[in-house]
Design a protein around this ligand. Structure first.
Ligand SMILES: [Zn+2]
Length: 96
């Protein structure tokens, strides 16, 4: 697990379709596979520039187990619509 510290790192993870996570103090934490409407520049700026990462951050993971260990089994209902659980999930990400 790595937390994304800069906008270029965030953009690179999105472009590569990496397995990602978002935490938020006022919303449920989620696991994502981009593209996702909840992973965008406006939300990045709000989380990381306005709130300086204190109310939530974005992360990138190497494996599903890594993401499950950090966020829990909380697939995003937007980009992982129709996937109720990530346990045993064998979707593709990275290198696409
Ligand atoms: Zn998502």
């Amino acid at each position: 697990m790595n937390d994304l510290k800069t906008y270029p790192e965030f953009q690179a993870a999105l472009k590569a379709g990496r397995l990602m996570g978002s935490t938020d103090s006022s919303l449920p934490d989620r696991i994502h596979v981009p593209p996702c409407p909840d992973l965008n520049e406006v939300l990045w700026k709000e989380k990381m520039e306005k709130h300086e990462g204190k109310k939530g951050r974005f992360y990138v993971y190497g494996t599903v187990e890594d993401a499950l260990g950090h966020i829990g089994d909380r697939p995003c209902p937007k980009c992982l619509k129709g996937i109720p659980s990530l346990r045993g999930f064998r979707g593709t990400w990275g290198g696409r």
